[in-house]
Ligand binder design. Structure first.
Ligand code: FMN
Length: 133
């Protein structure tokens, strides 16, 4: 029932109505450990950490479009989302399907500048996946 939930649900509804296959994933209650920076994923394409990320990563890999939704926390994306982005590092060397990345963000402030750093944070992730924009 959060603002992010409402916006994500509306986006999913619109995409479904437009004929797309849509799956909504919430990070709420998910076990998402911090990346430990071992970079073993760059050698074997898998993460050594065992938690809920493997399932999420499989869905992200096969999606053509990804819409990340986050509340703005201290002018950045929320920590759960950043932790997930870090953990998606194994996808870097795979034949991932995603091409279009969107972000929906919600903040207390009306000024558009409240979203800039969160947007730039996600842009940094997108820049590393060259087939995506
Ligand atoms: C820890 C924390 C930090 C926040 N930082 C900001 C901020 O820097 N700028 C802002 O405009 N709103 C900030 N907010 C307000 C939330 O972004 C805003 O209420 C948002 O709509 C909450 O989304 P949600 O309902 O999906 O949780 C912050 C809220 C929390 C809890």
């Amino acid at each position: 029932g959060s603002n992010s939930d409402i916006l994500a649900n509306e986006c999913a509804k619109g995409a479904k109505e437009a004929g797309h296959d849509v799956e909504l994933l919430s990070l709420k209650g998910k076990d998402i450990k911090y990346c430990i920076g071992c970079l073993s994923c760059q050698r074997n394409g898998m993460c050594v950490l065992k938690d809920d990320v493997a399932d999420i990563m499989a869905k992200v890999k096969d999606a053509e479009v990804i819409v990340y939704t986050t509340p703005v926390y201290y002018y950045e994306m929320c920590g759960q989302m950043k932790t997930l982005l870090d953990r998606l590092n194994p996808l870097y060397s795979t034949d991932y399907s995603f091409r279009d990345i969107y972000m929906i963000a919600t903040a207390a402030e009306n000024d558009e500048s409240a979203f800039e750093k969160a947007y730039n944070g996600l842009q940094g992730w997108v820049d590393c996946f060259e087939k995506a924009s």
